[in-house]
Design a protein. Structure first.
Length: 335
């Protein structure tokens, strides 16, 4: 009987859509669990998807130079680390803020009512203090960059603040998420150059469409509950036309990434070598697999396909890294 009670207690302390064997529950004291859940540490896919635009831009920016220049063409390991810490901190802060805004809605949706705020395991004042602590970590990371990047990072807060309210009055909250989650494409470039360029803007636009695509897949998990409580989304908007919509979104993503790679070499010399373009081709195939596999009425599969987008992130990133290594090895023929 005692084991049964323990098991029930364990389940009551966890979130319905988070893996029960996550490191959070194996490592952290029970009192820290609600805060880890607010920050979504038990679901790392979120900060991974926030990180990829940062790392892509950080890997692309150094290749906007002639191979014979003093630049190595490889991203700064220090900046990659800063983006990693910043992505974890700011994704956690963003999720905590969203939960504060959406507490009443979350209490009406089966998948989210077990979250710390609607379940009562954390008070609003505690959540606000935790939000401030995470934002402070993000700010300490931000000020390690140049002044332009700091101002650019601060500007992103406006987009983040508006996003949770979009699902109340527009069918395109995923577009708002795209603006927020893709901001790293601008930060990664600005962190290297101290300014923006057309290539960075093209990469940013591609990341926005990518975000709309994968978050549409994710939103299909909640479409029935969303319809009941009046929450709007591209999943509800596209409905049975989701696959054709994803074809357009993902094809445009690859097209914009391709344009960003090409523009990186314009007017400066250099630009990515063939491995970067090969990475895009493999990434496009991975996107095609997502679309072919998708069953919008299977929530478990939707979650699996949504999470597979971090594989797409690795593919594009390694394409850019191998491009830089190729340019260093063969500087005459690179580009």
């Amino acid at each position: 009987m005692s084991n049964l009670k323990t098991g029930l207690a364990d389940r009551s302390d966890r979130v319905a859509d988070a893996p029960s064997d996550n490191w959070v529950y194996r490592t952290l004291p029970r009192g820290a669990w609600p805060y880890a859940q607010l920050a979504r540490w038990d679901r790392p896919i979120g900060w991974q998807l926030l990180l990829w635009p940062c790392w892509w831009a950080a890997a692309l920016a150094p290749q906007a130079v002639a191979p014979s220049s003093v630049h190595l063409g490889l991203p700064s390991l220090w900046q990659l680390f800063l983006f990693l810490v910043g992505a974890i901190a700011m994704r956690g802060a963003g999720c905590t803020y969203n939960d504060l805004v959406d507490q009443k809605i979350d209490d009406m949706v089966a998948r989210t009512r077990s979250r710390p705020l609607p379940s009562g395991r954390v008070s609003r004042s505690q959540a606000k203090m935790f939000l401030v602590a995470q934002a402070l970590v993000g700010f300490l990371v931000l000020i390690q960059f140049n002044v332009f990047s700091v101002l650019l990072g601060i500007a992103s807060l406006g987009v983040v603040a508006i996003y949770p309210f979009l699902k109340r009055f527009t069918d395109w909250p995923q577009l708002g998420l795209g603006f927020a989650f893709s901001w790293g494409a601008l930060m990664g470039w600005a962190g290297y150059w101290g300014e923006l360029a057309p290539a960075a803007l093209l990469l940013y636009a591609g990341c926005i469409l990518w975000t709309i695509g994968y978050d549409t897949i994710y939103a299909h998990q909640d479409k029935e509950d969303d319809a009941l409580v009046g929450v709007r989304s591209t999943a509800r908007l596209f409905g049975s036309r989701t696959k054709p919509a994803l074809v357009l979104l993902y094809a445009a993503t690859i097209g914009l990434f391709l344009a960003a790679f090409v523009m990186t070499g314009h007017g400066i010399g250099g630009g990515p070598a063939w491995p970067a373009y090969a990475g895009l081709a493999i990434g496009a195939a991975q996107m095609g697999w997502q679309i072919r596999t998708l069953d919008i009425d299977d929530p478990d599969q939707c979650l699996k396909l949504f999470k597979s987008n971090t594989l797409f992130g690795w593919i594009v990133f390694f394409g850019l890294i191998f491009s830089a290594l190729w340019s260093l090895s063969f500087p005459v023929t690179a580009g």
